[in-house]
Design a protein around this ligand. Structure first.
Ligand code: NAP
Ligand code: GLV
Length: 318
């Protein structure tokens, strides 16, 4: 009998692939990343899938997978690209990679916050351009970070890790959550309703998942509640914010600046956004460190091996 077949939709670190071989699993890695039609075609011929955020596992993909596939292991903590209701109905297990990417994503959030507040890309460009004429009192003035107020929307693993770093900057930390979070309280952070947090924060940082409830959580009216001169940092998911409304408010400096790692329609970054000089734009690299990505690939492989061996998944989403 032939070995079970695993579809690895896009390249992953060898650390993950190396676990599949001794487990006697054959894997197929397409030469180029599959578009949606190709993904539907491929999933029908595999017993397991190691997928990524850029793969859309919608109802049509799940239906195609259902005759054979037993697990979709995504190399991400977010699962908003997977129709979990359809997967559950089809009896396909879904796993993700929680925890291992928390610190790397919190570090990146802070890199983005500091870069946005202190205009790092603009300043770096000036230094690199050859046009810098020397120290000037009025040059590249940014915003203070230390001692100011940080509002965290979504006080889970990453939100809490971001708050922990904020204590080193003597910041006043606020958070929204559906219930009190003892780990946040231990850091001195105060829970409050979203409207109050938006009105009181100098920096707002998003860390909730994308769900039906959080889609456009920051719509135009929520963005209008943000304190004048404040800044928004989004390393969670693009559709949590009404991107068009945010661009409009950034253009009019109603919101002073914003740092983006994620976008409403990835990988499209609107030209209106790239034209602004008060934004810092990153290409969704929150968890992109060598160690973290190695471990994410291993976790996905471990779950595929567990399920194809008849064991329960180690990190079940459903
Ligand atoms: P997590 O531990 O599950 O934390 C998410 C938190 O959001 C939970 O505490 C949850 O509350 C809270 N939440 C859910 N709905 C909310 C709402 N309507 N209002 C306020 N809070 C709400 O997840 P995580 O590991 O921190 O990851 C968070 C998200 O970050 C992921 O889902 C993903 O989208 C994003 N992410 C991005 C990158 C990147 O590369 N940029 C990397 C990793 C993760 P409860 O505690 O009540 O459930
Ligand atoms: C990245 O965005 C993730 O959800 O892991």
């Amino acid at each position: 009998m032939s070995n079970p077949r695993v579809l690895v939709t896009r390249p992953i670190p060898d650390a993950g692939l190396a676990l599949l071989r001794p487990a006697k699993l054959d894997y197929f890695l397409p030469e180029s990343p599959p578009d949606h039609e190709q993904l539907i075609e491929h999933v029908a011929h595999h017993d397991a899938v190691i997928g990524q955020l850029a793969d859309r596992f919608d109802a049509a993909t799940i239906t195609a997978a259902s005759s054979r596939c037993r697990i979709i292991a995504t190399c991400s903590v977010g699962t908003d690209h997977i129709d979990l209701v359809a997967a559950r109905a089809a009896g396909i297990r879904v796993t993700n990679t929680p925890g291992v990417l928390t610190e790397a994503t919190a570090d990146l959030t802070w890199a983005l916050l500091l870069a946005t507040a202190r205009r790092i890309p603009e300043a770096e460009q000036l230094a690199r351009s050859g046009g810098w004429q020397g120290w000037e009192m009025m040059q590249m003035l940014g915003a203070d970070v230390h001692g100011r107020t940080l509002g965290i929307v979504g006080a889970g693993r990453i939100g809490t890790a971001v708050a922990r770093r904020a204590t080193g900057f003597s910041m006043n930390v606020l958070y929204t959550a559906r219930e009190d979070k003892p780990a946040m309280a231990a850091l001195g952070a105060r829970r409050m309703p979203l409207e109050t947090l938006l009105a009181e924060s100098d920096f707002v940082s998003l860390h909730c998942p994308l769900t039906d409830e959080t889609r456009h959580l920051l719509d135009r009216s929520a963005l209008e509640r943000m304190r004048p001169g404040s800044m928004l940092i989004n390393t969670a998911r693009g559709p949590i914010v009404d991107e068009a409304a945010l661009i409009d408010m950034l253009r009019h400096r109603r919101i002073a600046a914003a740092g983006f790692d994620v976008y409403e329609h990835e990988p499209r970054i609107p030209a209106e956004l790239t034209a602004l000089d008060n934004v810092v734009l990153l290409p969704h690299i929150g968890s992109a460190t060598v160690t973290t990505r190695n471990r994410m690939a291993q976790m996905a492989a471990e779950d595929v091996i567990a399920v194809l061996s008849g064991n329960p998944p180690l990190r079940p989403v459903c």
